[in-house]
Design a protein around this ligand. Structure first.
Ligand code: SAH
Length: 222
């Protein structure tokens, strides 16, 4: 057992209570935060001590693992049902994808940084996380070979709502996407029909940007 096991267990329970006191009512989300341990997704041992504080933390490639409340809030907005096929744009550490998988979703996740893609693949294997299929590619294109999806979640700040993502949603499906440059509006877009969408906004957040043009070919494998 790891040295800090008991320390982390206490901190984890306090974080879950704090999330429940701060608007997270979906018990599936709260349960997933118990099963999936955020400290496992943070490489640096010093930063790991802060894993159960409500703050974003640095991961490889100058990226960040989002704040716990942001992960919990986006997961709640998705209204996950067991068996939902979910696409995530921005794998990063793999924490958000693992939370959704623990909630019973079948997760497909896309990352544009090859180093993060590789590191996270090793980590998710080590942690024996099932139901997460990783792809290396450009999230602006979505994942046409696996479409359509019940739900899509974007975990980087998008300059706009990519048409490809709307097209890859099932009718009745939900897209959660933070839209904006420095600060983003959290949007929930529900596909009513091929031509009709309902859009709602749920406050402001700050994410690392969704970037284009790193992956030249839509190369993808897992
Ligand atoms: N969900 C992640 C959050 C990582 S931060 C987690 O739980 O840790 C956002 C991630 O989006 C970064 O890893 C960044 O490289 C990635 N990203 C940015 N633009 C992207 C794009 N166009 N396609 C795929 N991933 C992208």
């Amino acid at each position: 057992m790891e040295d800090n096991y008991y320390l982390f267990q206490g901190a984890k329970k306090s974080l879950i209570r704090w999330l429940a006191d701060n608007g997270i009512t979906d018990t599936g989300v709260l349960r997933a935060f118990d099963v999936i341990e955020r400290h496992q997704f943070i490489e640096d041992h010093f930063l790991q001590q802060k894993a159960y504080e409500n703050m974003p933390l640095p991961i490889a490639c100058d990226q960040t693992i989002s704040q716990p409340i942001t992960v919990a809030f986006q997961s709640q907005l998705l209204q996950i049902k067991t068996g939902d096929k979910v696409l995530e744009i921005g794998t990063g550490s793999g924490f958000q994808a693992s939370i959704l998988a623990a909630m019973g979703a079948k997760v497909f996740t896309v990352e544009r940084q090859i180093e993060l893609f590789r590191k996270t693949r090793i980590l998710l294997n080590k942690l024996k996380i099932e139901n997460v299929k990783q792809h290396y590619g450009d999230g602006f294109l979505g994942l046409p070979q696996q479409a359509p999806f019940d739900k899509i979640i974007v975990t980087c700040g998008a300059p706009n709502v990519p048409t490809s993502l709307l097209q890859q949603l099932k009718t009745g499906g939900i897209l959660i996407i933070p839209v904006g440059d420095n600060i983003q509006d959290m949007k929930r877009i529900t596909k009513i029909s091929d031509a009709e969408y309902k859009e709602e906004t749920f406050g402001q957040f700050q994410f690392v940007p969704m970037l284009e043009n790193l992956v030249k070919v839509n190369q993808s494998y897992f």
